[in-house]
Design a protein around this ligand. Structure first.
Ligand code: ATP
Ligand code: MG
Length: 398
């Protein structure tokens, strides 16, 4: 066919079937083999794209991938295959349709891609994600460290609270002692004056002796009380700052801890009842036990009895074979259903920004599980107030 003749643009004699390829078989075969290989490569790409889109559910614009990935490649592949077949079979009509489909999908993709390009440019690359990941990991590590030191300082703060409790409790007997001794000293000066001026009567001496008797008794009993408080607080304080395991009477010890919390109940009408066998003895970590009670009681005061002045706290301690069952109940506001699952999580608090850090019950949980080797749960069915059930071995060494 004469390509330069004007009849090229007319329908007469338009493209009779015949291939030239300069009559060189090597050109023909190179072209045919290349077309077939390209076709199969495109089919393989199509299959891969379809699998990719199907498996990656989070892929943005999946239709775009299907259009640009599978339809174009499928159309291109078919076009190439037909180009190879056309050399022997004159299926020009089919070839033209295949080419038209390839052209339409390619043009559509060519246009759409400019709209989608900004979105893909914004997508973080794997190396950017890796950098972000390691930054997040870093801050997570820092957060864990902060949490650890916060937990430690909160434990120490409860020790500080204990010291304040001790100071307050000892204040009363010492104050009484000072008043009594001042009074005795005044009475002694007065009787001494009377004696030196030879004005002392029998009655003066009698009443002075009675005052001395009463005063020394008062001083003595109050000093004994102060000494007792110091001994018991000393034990609780030492326990709280150490992790020692020892054998102790749980009722007596619980009372000592409650005693140290007494100042916090000032101006309230909240009664605490402790039910426990006097002789129940446990071998465990008393410091952890003291911190658990302290946190539970403080929570009751701050959350349970917020704006409530009257209520009860009941502590029941019983033995169940080799386990101590410690049930703490308060008659306060209770905990909302949606919060019940979260209360043991670190930093969960309903008093954020109002003094709550949300670490108290997390510390309690860890102390029960790690130090006492026990378990703690919030009684879900409890209607009024809240109830915690703690169980731990009576002897941690067994
Ligand atoms: N006895 C209770 N009555 C009602 N709600 C409670 C009681 N105990 C705990 N909660 C709820 O559980 C949440 C978590 O308690 P947690 O002791 O862990 O933190 P917090 O008391 O808010 O703060 P922190 O103890 O660190 O000062 C509290 O914010 C409160 O909403
Ligand atoms: Mg708390």
């Amino acid at each position: 066919m004469d390509m330069a003749s004007p009849s090229f643009f007319t329908n007469e004699n338009f493209m009779p079937h015949g291939m030239c390829y300069l009559w060189q078989p090597n050109i023909l075969w190179t072209s045919v083999i290349s077309d077939v290989l390209t076709a199969f490569a495109y089919f393989s790409i199509t299959a891969a794209v379809i699998i990719f889109v199907k498996k990656r559910h989070d892929l943005p614009y999946p239709w775009f991938f299907l259009l640009s990935g599978s339809v174009i490649f499928l159309a291109c592949g078919i076009s190439h295959l037909i180009s190879a077949i056309v050399i022997w079979e004159p299926i020009y009509g089919i070839s033209a349709v295949a080419k038209a489909i390839t052209a339409i999908t390619s043009v559509a993709t060519g246009i759409v891609i400019w709209f989608i390009l900004p979105f893909f440019l914004k997508l973080p690359s794997p190396s950017m994600l890796e950098k972000k990941n390691s930054a997040i990991q870093d801050s997570l590590n820092k957060l864990k460290l902060t949490q650890k030191s916060l937990v430690e300082s909160k434990k120490m703060a409860s020790l500080g609270g204990l010291v304040a409790g001790v100071a307050h409790e000892i204040n009363t007997p010492i104050g009484i002692g000072i008043t009594a001794s001042t009074h005795l000293s005044d009475a002694t000066t007065s009787i001494n004056d009377k004696y030196t001026n030879a004005q002392m009567t029998n009655n003066n001496l009698k009443s002075y002796l009675a005052e001395v008797n009463e005063g020394t008794n008062l001083i003595n009993s109050n000093l004994v009380r102060a000494a007792k408080l110091i001994t018991s607080f000393k034990q609780v304080a030492v326990d709280q700052s150490s992790k020692d395991i020892r054998t102790y009477k749980i009722k007596e010890y619980t009372n000592e801890v409650l005693q140290s919390l007494k100042p916090k109940f000032k101006n309230t009408n909240i009664s605490i009842k402790l039910n426990c066998d006097d002789n129940l003895t446990v071998t465990s970590e008393p410091g952890a036990f003291a911190q658990i009670i302290t946190n539970l009681v403080i929570n009751t005061l701050i959350h349970g009895f917020e704006n409530i002045k009257t209520g009860n706290i009941n502590i029941d301690i019983t033995r169940k074979q080799d386990t101590v069952c410690f049930v703490y109940t308060d008659s306060g506001k209770g905990i909302n259903i949606e919060n019940k699952e979260k209360i043991f999580e670190p930093f969960f608090t309903t008093k954020r920004g109002k003094g709550g850090t949300g670490l108290g019950l997390n510390i309690v949980y860890n102390l029960v599980v790690e130090s006492l080797k026990g378990s703690i749960k919030l009684n879900d069915d409890f209607a009024q107030g809240c109830q915690f059930i703690i169980e731990f071995p009576i002897n941690i060494n067994h």
